[in-house]
Design a protein around this ligand. Structure first.
Ligand code: FE2
Length: 257
């Protein structure tokens, strides 16, 4: 499996502080038995932009020092902004392992009105938006339809390993479980920021996902590499428990008539 979301690149955001810490984080990933880890620092348009040359020189350094037993892959966690399509076109931002799959972060407490427009423009450009940790978004927690809509539009979703393990509280954990049950998650990331409190741990989350929805886990296991290799993936259908119950009830009522 791949850890699709981490802040192992040192000195560019609130993640790893120095190259030694990056090394510790990568070593932990090897112990977590992942085959690869994406270095996805925060990229905030006009506020915290990372220059591609700096990014790739650090990525190469990480690969050279710590990439013997694990694939260290590229990526970014891009904060939602109406200019994302423009930046993508200008190649100022890039996807997971340079693929069409672009990791996008929503604000934690908000769901911007332009989200679907930005995703639409990206899809037209051939990119596939991947929503980072939707289970942590307050608006999605209150109204799961918001996520259903963007997944139906063609986006994917990335779960934080810590979310399903209870690291961010009960509400987030419950939401994570619902999303996994309903096939509304496609990839998993540690979102590791350091080597103490927010580590690059993923193994217990993989186990939890496997227990909750074995079929989804199998799909993830098969499609991890398709995403990394920039191939198209066919996602599992969203499960709609409530609607299923209703249609069963309708059938029952119809029979009774
Ligand atoms: Fe992150």
């Amino acid at each position: 499996m791949i850890d699709f979301h981490s802040h192992i690149m040192w000195g560019v955001d609130d993640g790893s502080k120095d190259i030694e810490m990056s090394g510790e984080m990568v070593k932990n990933s090897i112990l977590q038995e992942v085959a690869g880890i994406c270095a996805t620092p925060h990229f905030i348009i006009d506020e915290q932009e990372i220059d591609a040359d700096l990014y790739y020189s650090r990525l190469n350094k990480l690969k050279e020092l710590y990439g013997r037993d694990i694939n260290i892959l590229s990526g970014l966690e891009i904060y939602i902004n109406p200019n994302i399509p423009k930046y993508y076109k200008e190649k100022k931002i890039w996807g997971l392992n340079n693929s069409r799959y672009v990791l996008i972060e929503l604000p934690m407490r908000d769901y911007p009105v332009y989200t679907q427009d930005v995703f639409h423009e990206l899809l037209v450009l051939g990119a596939i938006p991947v929503i980072a940790h939707p289970e942590r978004n307050f608006k999605i927690q209150k109204d799961i339809k918001l996520l259903e809509e963007i997944l139906e539009q063609g986006a994917l979703a990335q779960l934080n390993a810590g979310s399903i393990c209870g690291m961010f509280g009960e509400a987030v954990k419950n939401m994570a479980e619902v999303l996994v049950k309903r096939n509304m998650i496609h990839i998993i990331g540690s979102d590791g920021h350091n080597n103490h409190r927010r580590r690059t741990d993923v193994i217990s989350a993989f186990q939890k996902v496997k227990n909750i929805n074995p079929e989804l886990y199998r799909w993830m296991d098969e499609n991890n590499y398709n995403i990394i290799n920039d191939l198209k993936v066919e996602v599992p259908e969203i499960q709609r428990e409530a609607e299923k119950k209703n249609s069963f009830l309708n059938l029952f009522l119809r029979k009774k008539k």
